[in-house]
Design a binder for this molecule. Structure first.
Ligand code: SAM
Length: 212
């Protein structure tokens, strides 16, 4: 990852969401992006130029644009029409973002558009976040990395955030994923945690029912 002093940056065309620049690089703000926050509070995953990424919950492309600055290609899945309009504009200005308007619960619908990826990144804020991630692991290469951004309040507001966190980790482990890192994203994002896993291989990933 590129840092100028203590500041995380990416190198690419700026002006995506009014981000600041520092010595010609785009400042990647941990308050605006959970992935940036992960690089401040934990280790995360090193993004590299040959990396292929499947990004679930692309929204208007804020984080997607930074990931695309570092990697080969970012398949970017979003199901809401309004953020998709912004995402299309971000994709128009970069050669390596593939916007896909689809429900991340239905990976079979976008399977023809996506190749095997090195990194699966998920930020969908849904009740069934673990299931969605497990389903989409079908695209993840053996040895690849899953980064799941968990919004505990989206899973179950009645449960303690710590309990939701542990349940989610347990579900990923039960599916055969190896947990590398699990960390809260405070002070940047309240009630959000990041879970970083490796897909060992070859392995049969169990579960992934999603709400249907
Ligand atoms: N990752 C974005 C960023 O850092 O710039 C922010 C993502 S926002 C928290 C969550 C996004 O996930 C929303 O835009 C929402 O529409 C999208 N989303 C939620 N459920 C989804 C699903 N099942 N399939 C596709 N997108 C979904």
């Amino acid at each position: 990852m590129i840092r100028i002093g203590d500041v995380l940056v990416s190198r690419g065309e700026g002006g995506v969401y009014g981000e600041r620049t520092l010595a010609g690089a785009r400042v990647w703000d941990p308050y605006r992006s959970k992935l940036a926050a992960l690089y401040y509070v934990g280790t995360g995953v090193e993004l590299t130029p040959e990396m292929r990424v499947l990004y679930l919950g692309a929204a208007n492309g804020t984080t997607v644009s930074h990931v695309a600055d570092y990697t080969e290609v970012v398949y970017s899945v979003e199901f809401a029409p309004h953020p998709m309009q912004d995402l299309l504009e971000v994709a128009r200005r970069r050669r390596n973002i593939v916007p896909i308007m689809a429900d991340a619960c239905r990976p079979e619908l976008y399977a023809p558009l996506v190749e095997a990826v090195d990194l699966l990144y998920q930020d969908v804020a849904q009740p069934d976040q673990a299931d969605i991630a497990i389903r989409n692991c079908v695209f993840l290469k053996n040895g690849g990395t899953l980064v799941l951004m968990l919004k505990t309040r989206s899973v179950d507001v009645r449960k303690e955030p710590g309990e939701v966190f542990q349940d989610t980790v347990a579900a990923l482990e039960a599916a055969g994923l190896q947990i590398r890192e699990q960390v809260w994203l405070v002070p940047y994002h309240q009630d959000h945690a990041a879970i970083v896993c490796t897909k060992p291989g070859p392995v049969y990933l169990k579960g992934g029912t999603c709400n249907e």
